[in-house]
Design a protein around this ligand. Structure first.
Ligand SMILES: [Zn+2]
Length: 508
């Protein structure tokens, strides 16, 4: 072993904190040594140690984090079958892009205070490296839900803020409102995820704490987001202005501010809100783009064509974001969320969730095609699961959204003599025991029901207005430098550490 090789093999902490021999040898991004408050947090320290034990070597210029909101293992499996069958092939053996990832792991999604967590705490785990309380964004677990002052006192920087401070570019893309929990975890620090505009923040006791839409526009990190695409216009418009696409919907802000106008008032900043403007935007320029394509969440993929002003697909937004961020040679950090997988599950409408999962997979294919495995770490995961099950003994090639018993293989139905679907939920609005009286105790007969209609609510056991999240581990898929850290069963916040380490961050 030469002296240089010996030096290269030495633990990183023996090397100087700035540009290291290793950096020069690998022509990698510089080491980025920074002090952040969460290094004292036990969740952070444990995950940092778990990452160090994996000794990942890869160094990345760019990091892309895909989050399928609510995309548990059963959702991925069902989406795989759905995608293959939709193409007229064999669904069970079909490969999603996610299925072909060279590295994968299970992620433990519990939050500091909940066995079954929400999107705010779980996204915060991935953007800051700590577990925190369900419902809070960008603050550590010492801040209780809804406590403005405690939130401010326990605010912790996100990977996106750390990246901006180092001169990297940043972007966020979501099919949900851009102020919704998952994308907000990139930039917001709030003791309550619901504080999306000033009116709901005031009603929710936010006091002196700024609302999340305002935090996005006033984000002090570096030179701000290069690109932010999603839904949620109403949180950015005053209640005196009607939505440009849906005039019956007024803006939600009480402070009279038009945050979209404040964005465009800054030089080189553009605001777009429909598919035509999206198509006309030159993303291979230095323009800073805020795109808000719906007053609230964007459409489900299966219903996107019905949007009057048109909406870009998640893959199209992914292409735009990577094109824009690739203008910067320093590198970038990008979050892309398929935010509505979760909403479809909550409604009990599994097919909408599967189609949105396939849409995210197409976005992952786009990202893989546009970037190099040499310099870009791509991680795709879920924040938490849902109660979807794939059950019964359906034959091969049986439609995944159909009844379990098919004509070729007649089999008795359930004990009540009625057929049942392959997909099911443990709870939710498709519950079989809903309402009052003896009739409400009988499972509806699905004979003659089109269970493949996207509006069909899949049957569930426990009646709840909204189907719930589920607490089992979720999959993590990874490609590129640093992806080797994604293996085994990991705490969710290790994903932060894997991304930060690949970018060269060293924390103290
Ligand atoms: Zn949810």
């Amino acid at each position: 072993m030469t002296r240089l090789r010996a030096l290269l093999a030495a633990p990183l902490f023996l090397l100087p904190a700035c540009a290291t021999v290793e950096d020069a040898a690998l022509n990698a991004p510089p080491s980025r040594a920074v002090a952040i408050p969460q290094t004292q947090d036990p969740y952070f320290a444990d995950a940092a140690a778990a990452l160090a034990a994996r000794a990942p070597q890869g160094r990345a210029r760019n990091v892309i984090l895909f989050i399928g909101d609510g995309m548990g293992v059963s959702t991925v499996t069902a989406a795989r079958i759905y995608a293959g069958q939709r193409q007229g092939g064999d669904g069970e053996s079909y490969d999603l892009a996610m299925d072909q990832a060279p590295h994968s792991a299970f992620s433990r999604t519990y939050s500091h205070d909940f066995q079954v967590a929400d999107s705010a705490a779980t996204a915060t785990a991935m953007t800051t490296g700590v577990k925190t309380n369900s419902g809070v964004l960008g603050v550590a677990s010492a801040a209780r839900l809804g406590d403005c002052a405690a939130g401010q006192a326990n605010s912790i920087p996100t990977l996106f803020e750390l990246a901006e401070a180092q001169g990297l570019s940043t972007g966020i893309v979501s099919t949900a409102r851009i102020t919704h929990a998952t994308p907000a975890a990139a930039y917001a620090h709030a003791a309550h995820r619901d504080w999306e505009n000033d009116a709901v923040a005031a009603a929710g006791g936010a006091g002196a704490c700024h609302d999340i839409a305002r935090q996005l526009i006033e984000w002090p990190a570096g030179d701000g987001f290069e690109i932010a695409l999603g839904g949620g216009r109403a949180n950015f418009l005053p209640n005196t202005i009607a939505d440009p696409e849906a005039p019956q919907i007024m803006g939600q802000r009480r402070d009279g501010r038009d945050l979209t106008a404040e964005w465009t008032a800054k030089s080189g900043h553009a605001y777009i809100w429909n598919a035509q403007q999206f198509a006309a935007t030159d993303f291979s320029s230095d323009v800073r783009v805020l795109g808000l394509f719906s007053p609230s969440h964007m459409a489900y993929e299966l219903q996107r064509g019905a949007d009057p002003a048109g909406e870009p697909s998640l893959a199209e937004m992914t292409r735009a974001a990577i094109t824009r961020l690739s203008q910067d040679r320093e590198g970038y950090v990008l979050m892309i969320e398929a935010g509505r997988i979760d909403h479809a599950h909550h409604e009990g409408r599994a097919q909408l969730a599967l189609a949105d999962t396939v849409a995210m997979d197409e976005a992952i294919r786009t990202a893989l095609a546009m970037t190099s495995r040499e310099d870009t770490l791509i991680i795709a995961t879920a924040d938490h699961s849902h109660t979807l099950t794939i059950a019964g003994y359906a034959r091969r090639n049986n439609p995944i959204t159909g009844l379990s018993a098919d004509e070729e293989s007649p089999r008795p139905g359930a004990l009540d003599g009625k057929p049942y679907t392959t997909l099911g939920y443990a709870n939710g609005p498709g519950a079989v025991f809903a309402g009052e009286g003896p009739a409400a105790r009988e499972r509806p007969d699905l004979s003659g029901v089109d269970t493949s209609d996207p509006a069909f609510r899949v049957q569930a056991l426990v009646p709840l207005a909204s189907e719930t999240h589920a607490g089992e581990d979720v999959p993590v898929y990874a490609w590129g430098p640093g992806a080797e850290a994604i293996s085994g069963t990991i705490e969710q916040q290790l994903i932060f550490h894997a991304m930060a380490h690949a970018l060269g961050f060293r924390f103290r």
